[in-house]
Ligand binder design. Structure first.
Ligand code: G1P
Length: 284
């Protein structure tokens, strides 16, 4: 499932009407990168939790045969094929989160559409993954081996750690046993430098815990709090993954991520590099 119900307040004013998941990164909206990672990880169905007024997300992933025909008629078959592929990327269901009560609440909103048998992959679209194998595939591999809830972990400088959930771990990694988790600790209280990043495989015991989890850090229902019980009973592992995670949740991080993505893109990169060289030469 993909939580996409946030208000985007860290990205105003750009996100006053535009869902933050729809800001472009390179040539496509941020959320499309996330769904493409899911597909590349072998996932073919997703539940997207949106909020009222965020209909553009659904519109982007809905097939548009008239646009495809128009592009074909104008001889742009390549773009017609790309537009068609977006509409058939994977089987999507949309659920609305009516109040912004937190990540844990968003995950709970998707629960009725997810069934009660299997583990569920959760992908936060604010974090773009670049690398191979895809991050969700790395986590799914750890889940297949352990049957546990799986967290993506990355080392984080202490002065930034209070932005994240943080894991207490045992073992040497890269696959750790996670014995406890805490959401947004003060730097001096952080149990390690391993921050939880925006990918999870959740087993059903976490969903059961979520149903009775009250507000935590920031007054929100926190997914981290629902994971704590499973961690304390030895049912959670963390993967210090390989590859790069690029943030698009704030204006600053989105600009930096766009620069990195476009810089490396074979089609878009040369124009950006030429323009940067021009600006540098002009001293502006
Ligand atoms: C959420 C989670 C947090 C995690 C982070 C990763 O926080 O609650 O545990 O470390 O995503 O991006 P948010 O960014 O929604 O504040």
């Amino acid at each position: 499932m993909v939580p996409a119900g946030g208000l985007g307040t860290r990205f105003l004013p750009a996100t006053k009407a535009l869902p933050k998941e729809m800001v472009p990164v390179g040539d496509r909206p941020a959320i499309q990168w996330g769904l493409e990672e899911a597909v590349a990880s072998g996932i073919h169905r997703a539940v997207i939790v949106t909020a009222p007024g965020k209909d553009l997300i659904r519109a982007h992933f809905t097939p548009d045969p008239s646009l495809e025909s128009l592009l074909s008629e104008r001889g742009n078959q390549e773009m017609a094929d790309r537009v068609r592929a977006i509409g058939h990327l994977l089987d999507l269901e949309f659920v609305e989160q009516l109040q912004p009560l937190g990540l844990g609440h968003a995950v709970l909103c998707a629960a009725p559409s997810l069934g009660t048998e299997e583990a569920v992959a959760v992908l936060l679209p604010d974090d773009l993954f670049s690398g191979s194998p895809p991050l969700l595939a790395q986590l799914l591999q750890a889940h297949t081996a352990t049957r546990c809830t799986v967290l993506a972990l990355r080392r984080c400088p202490r002065d930034q750690i209070s932005r994240y959930g943080v894991a207490t771990v045992e073992g040497d990694g890269p696959v750790f046993k996670v014995s406890d988790v805490v959401e947004k600790p003060a730097p001096e209280d952080a149990p390690s430098d391993l921050a939880i990043m925006g990918r999870y495989i959740l087993t059903q015991d976490v969903f059961r815990a979520l149903a009775t989890t009250g507000p935590g850090a920031l007054g929100e229902i926190q997914l981290t709090d629902a994971i704590r019980g499973a961690a304390r009973s030895g049912q959670v592992v963390g993967v210090e993954f390989s590859g790069e995670l690029l943030d698009v949740g704030t204006l600053d991080s989105w600009l930096a991520t766009n620069a990195a993505v476009v810089w490396r893109d074979p089609e878009l990169g040369p124009a950006l590099r030429a323009r940067v060289a021009e600006l540098e030469a002009a001293g502006s």
